[in-house]
Every structure is written in structure tokens, then in C-alpha cells.
Design a binder for this molecule. Sequence first.
Ligand code: NAD
Length: 248
Amino acid sequence: MEVIVNSKIAVVTGGSRGIGRCIALRLSKEAKVIITYIKRGEAAEETIKEIHKKGGEAWAYQFDVSSFKQTQDFFKKIIAKFGRVDYLINNAGIARDGLILRMKEEAWDEVLAVNLKGTFNCIKAVAGTMIRQGYGRIVNISSVVAFIGNIGQVNYASSKAGIVGLTKAAAREFAAKGITVNAVAPGFIETEMTTKIPDKIKEQILSQIPLGRFGKPEDVAEVVAFLASDRARYITGQVIHVNGGMYM
Ligand code: NAD
């Protein structure tokens, strides 16, 4: 059986399913993992069971990353319980697609609040602890559409482009404190978020991917695990693209 060194504490927001679940499973090889999720029934318990089955340790918490107060309360609770946070993976995200002419104000506000403000909320809530530790690894999940745009996604693309600026500014702010901040920009990854896309559009997207296939959550999780590891200790303020060559 694989030996698990459980010295590190990882928080993966939106770790109940999709890419976040895969990141949580991958990090559970080297850390105790705390996953968060928004709604009951989003498979958080299954993720926990899967990690336990593999010999890892994991806990699940429900809160809304777009709420400053809920985020503060969550981090206070887990820091009191676990004493530290080594890795923060800002993965929670939503899409509310629509053409600009039809997009409701709420669809703009909601996506920016979860994807961009949620990332800020979590970083702010954990920063003091990481500074005291003199150590931290923050990985934010952006998207290829932040770089190439996408029809019907002005809200989503803006939020994911905002994450790039946030990543670089935070990286500069925390560099002297032993904390690295990087982003991963996935391309088209097969998860529940992308199952809703009509087949015709999927075919169009596929024709733009040089590696000839959609990505798997594991393709993203490996890169996140690398950025969280000491092998990536000299990398900060970067965006790593994981998109099969869709954008280069
Ligand atoms: P998903 O919909 O399968 O999972 C999203 C997760 O975020 C869930 O665990 C959910 O509980 C959580 N979440 C949603 N709103 C939340 C809130 N307000 N507070 C707390 N948690 C919340 O999505 P996914 O496809 O696994 O995507 C994960 C991340 O990767 C997202 O940030 C997404 O934008 C990004 N991404 C996905 C793709 C893709 O092709 N799937 C591509 C690029 C980027």
C-alpha cells in the first residue's frame, strides 16, 4: 500500500465533483484534504469515501465562496481544527452563459461573485495563516476562455481573466512570505459543467484542439499537484495552460 505522509493540509474549493474532486483525490496522496461544496447532493460524501478508500484523510464543508462572511467563518473553523493551511486550490466556479443582448444582470453578478470574488475571499481568509507559517501554495483555476474569449461567456471569460490579474498581484504581494500564487487555465475538460454543451458545438471545439481530444480532470489535477509541490518552489505568478494545444 502507498505510504501517505499526512503533514500538509489542503483546501480544495468546489472539491465535491468534476475537476475539484480529481484535484482532491490527487492531493490526498500527500496531504489531509478539506473539500468544500455549495449544494447538498453534489457528491461531496462520495469524494470523501473515495479518498478514505485510497487510504487518505478528508473532510467536507458546505459554504458559499461568494459570501465574504461564510468564507471567513469556514477558514476560522478549519484553522482552529487543523492549525494550518498549506495548499489553497481555488477551484469553485460556475457558468451562466448567454449572449450579451440577452444576459441578465444577475447572470453577470453571480458569475463574477463566485468565480472572482470567491477566489479573493478565500485568499484573504487564509493569507494571515500562510504568512504566519511562512509557507503556502495557492493555485487558482482560470480558463482558456480568459485568453481567447468565447461567444456567450462575457461574464465567465471576464471572471477568469480577472483571476489572472489577481494571481499575479497576489504573487507579488506574498512572494517574500514563502507563498507562491499560480493559476491553471484548463481548456475543454469533460465534467458536468461541459456536458450541457450541445454536440454540434462540442464538435466545433474538438476541431480546434491539436491533441485531438477533450481534457480529463486528471490532466488538470496533475498540474495543480505539481504547482502545490516543492518541485514548483521557484514558480510564482504564472498561468499554466492545460488545453491540448487549443491556445498556444
Ligand atoms: P463543476 O460544476 O463540476 O463543479 C463545480 C464545483 O464548484 C462544485 O463542487 C460546486 O459545489 C462548487 N461551487 C459552485 N458554486 C459554488 C459556490 N458559490 N460556493 C462554493 N462552491 C461552489 O465544475 P468543473 O467543470 O469541475 O469546474 C471546476 C473549475 O474549473 C471551475 O472553476 C471552472 O470554471 C473551471 N474550468 C472548467 C473547465 C471545464 O471544461 N470543465 C474549463 C476551464 C475551467
